[in-house]
Each structure stands twice: as structure tokens, then as C-alpha cells.
Write a protein that binds this ligand. Sequence first.
Ligand SMILES: Cc1cc2nc3c(=O)[nH]c(=O)nc-3n(C[C@H](O)[C@H](O)[C@H](O)COP(=O)(O)OP(=O)(O)OC[C@H]3O[C@@H](n4cnc5c(N)ncnc54)[C@H](O)[C@@H]3O)c2cc1C
Length: 415
Amino acid sequence: MPTIIVIGAGPAGMMAAGKAARLGCKATLMEKNNRLGKKLVITGKGRCNVTNDTDVPSLVKNIPGNGRFLYSALTAFSSQDLQQFFQEQGVSLKVERGNRVFPCSDSSFDIVDGLRRYLQQNRVDIRLGQRVEKLLMENNRVRGVVANGETFPGDVVIICTGGASYPATGSTGDGYRLAAEAGHTIVPPRPALVPLETAEKWPRELTGLALRNVQLTLLQGEKSLGNEFGEMLFTHYGISGPIVLTLSRYVTHSKNTQAVIASINLKPALTLEQLDLRLQRDLRQNQRKEIKNALHKLLPKKLIPVVIAEAGIEETKPAHQITRAERHRLIQILTDLRLTIVGARPLSEAIVTAGGVSTKEIDPKTMQSKLVDGLYLAGEVIDVDGYTGGFNLQAAFSSGYLAGRSAATQCLQAR
Ligand SMILES: Cc1cc2nc3c(=O)[nH]c(=O)nc-3n(C[C@H](O)[C@H](O)[C@H](O)COP(=O)(O)OP(=O)(O)OC[C@H]3O[C@@H](n4cnc5c(N)ncnc54)[C@H](O)[C@@H]3O)c2cc1C
């Protein structure tokens, strides 16, 4: 029976190995960790946002890093196909805000268990603790791999080793070296979906504070680079959270070195007039209190001193003494609280890796290498990256599915 070797038991590798075995090939899945899906279990804060319940054009749109390259893969195995796959493996799913799909149990372990069942049902040979060090090549054709010093012959090899972020999960960029040794071009890996560092130190005092329903805009001089509405978080180095991660692309991918300013509108649902009326009411109702104790209905407690200081008001000033000009300065800060971005956190802290094996050297209809016969690639090892919302896992599952299916077809035809 023809043998397919899959390197890496993340979502791409497990899907590829399971699909190839289901189609009648002998599939060996080699994983250097001692368990399956080590990164998968930490996704979605342990809940695993497994996909986004939307159509193929919208999936492509939400994968700004070479989404169009994945068109065939996403069509071959869509979000709806993925959801049906998990239901068939006994994992119930639910759709939340923004079409985000999670397991009903809110446990990513159920996703890994569903994939493990799929591998077992199709008799995939799972080899844990096996780090693939080298591809075996002969006349520009792949012949197997070397793992932990031992040779494993194979007719086809699928590289699914992931990117280079969160290296403690096993994604240490090994696939880049394996693909480069086979002649592939590696687009330099860089962080995508990554927290941002600020020059100001006050976010440190607010570490852990999450702001919901705020509008974040990144500015460079007069130009707006982009804006997002939703949730963000203060950290000991600056800002993080979903809308920050999404906008981080404008910092990590920019060649312009001019300073980037993050402007937070804390009250985007209110017009300036509505906000002024609201503020006047709060000041009236708390007129005997110091201003620092008069804004608790408007703002989270920890943020009040920051807003007052940024507005240049003495925090012990009684609410009834706040002048019209001071009130307008407060409104200014409430709708445009600014932070200077000094950079992004390193690749190791990014949710995904942009860059990787060049899409130009991979056939998008099969995921086969255009350079080496019998070599396929899938998942984050490829130069593809998506936004938050389940798009990266869908990309990994779809490309893994297509690679497994195409590899099996090649093997079975060669028999
Ligand atoms: C904190 C965090 C949260 C995330 N949350 C989400 C989310 O909710 N939704 C979403 O869509 N995306 C999320 N992502 C992104 C998503 O996890 C990745 O895009 C996805 O896991 C990539 O899948 P993959 O199979 O390509 O690679 P990986 O999941 O990285 O798997 C690669 C596997 O290959 C193994 N490997 C590497 N080198 C070798 C070798 N030489 N030999 C053998 N094995 C090897 C690794 O050990 C690893 O198990 C999150 C990422 C992080 C870090």
C-alpha cells in the first residue's frame, strides 16, 4: 500500500493524514510533541474558535495574507463542511457573535478528541515524540523522512509543521528549513495578529482591564490606517485584545517608519452632543464629589484617573467646579484617548506567523510543491495568514484536507 508521511499533528496535519487514510492510503502522522494538537488546545482562550460560519468569498476576504491562494482549498472543504465533519465526529458546535463557531462544550479538548477519533477510525499510524529532521530526496522526488535519526520511507510527504509563533507548542519553524532544503523560497516570517507596545507607561497600571464596545483607530500623521470596533485589553507593555490584534497588521506590515498613534473612542455609540449631556448629568448628580469619584457610571474605575489626567484636570476638583472648557476636554479624551505605538511584540507572541513557504511555488488546486515531486504543504507553514474569528483554523483544515486528498489521489494512481 502506498505510504503518505504527514509531518506535524496540528489541525492541518491531522486533517491531511485522516483524509489520505480514508481514501485508502497508509498514512503515518509524525509529531515531535508527545501529544496531538498542542497549539489547538490553547486556541480561542481554550474554547477553540474552530471556524467562521460564512461563505468562501468572505473566508478569502478575511485572510489578508494570500487568501485568494486558498480559494480552491476553501471550496473543496468549506466552513460548512468542517462543521459537518465535527458533528459527525460527535462534537456539537455553536455559532456566536460575528459567526464565530465554537464547540458547545467551550472546550478545545473536544475538538482534538474529535480529530483523534477520525485518525483512529481511519487507522492512521500516529507516531508521537518523532521530530522530523530531514526530507529524503532522490532525483527531485521525495522518498521519505528522517526522524530522531531513523529513516521512514514514504511515497509522498506532506509538511504541516505550522509557523514560528508560540514555539513552546512545537511550532518552531522546522518546516521552513525542510522546505528551503528542498529548494523552496521562504518569505521572511514575521508576526501577524500580535499585541502592540506603547510609549506611554499608563497602560501598565491598567493591566488586565478589558474595554468592550470601543472603537480603535490607528493613525499615521493625518492618515487613518484602519479602525475596528469591539474589545481591547491593556497589558504591562501596551495593548492587546481582538481589535488590536486585527489592526496590528498596519504596524507589522508597514514600511513607513512615521509614528503610529492608537486613538481609542471609549463611547463610539454616542454623538458628541449625547456624550456632553450624559457628562453634564453625571456631574450634576455627583456635584459634591471630587471629579475622580464622579465618573464611575461612565468609565471603568481604573480608567478614570487616566482620563482625568489626560484632560489636564486636578482629580480632587469638585464636580460642580468643572468648567465648560474642562468638560469639553474630557469629551475630547473620551472620544480620542491616544497612545503612541512603538512597535509590535515579537513573533513568539504572535497568534499567527505571516510569511513562510512562498505560495508561488505551490499548486493551489492540490497543495503540491511545484518544485519537488511527491511533496505537499498545508497550514500555517505556507505564506498565508488570516484575521481572528476562526479564519486561521479554517485555512489550516481546508489546506490540510486538500493536501491529503490530492496526495492520496497521486499515490493511488501511481500504484
Ligand atoms: C494563543 C493562540 C490562539 C489561537 N486561537 C485561534 C482561534 O481561536 N481560531 C483560529 O482560527 N486560529 C487560532 N489561532 C491560530 C491557529 O492556532 C493556527 O493558525 C493553527 O494552529 C495552524 O495550524 P497548523 O496545523 O498549520 O500548525 P500548528 O497548529 O502549529 O501545528 C504544527 C504541528 O507540527 C509539529 N511539528 C513542527 N515541527 C515538527 C517536526 N520537525 N517534526 C514533527 N512535528 C513537527 C508541531 O509540534 C505542531 O504540533 C491561535 C493561535 C494561538 C497561538
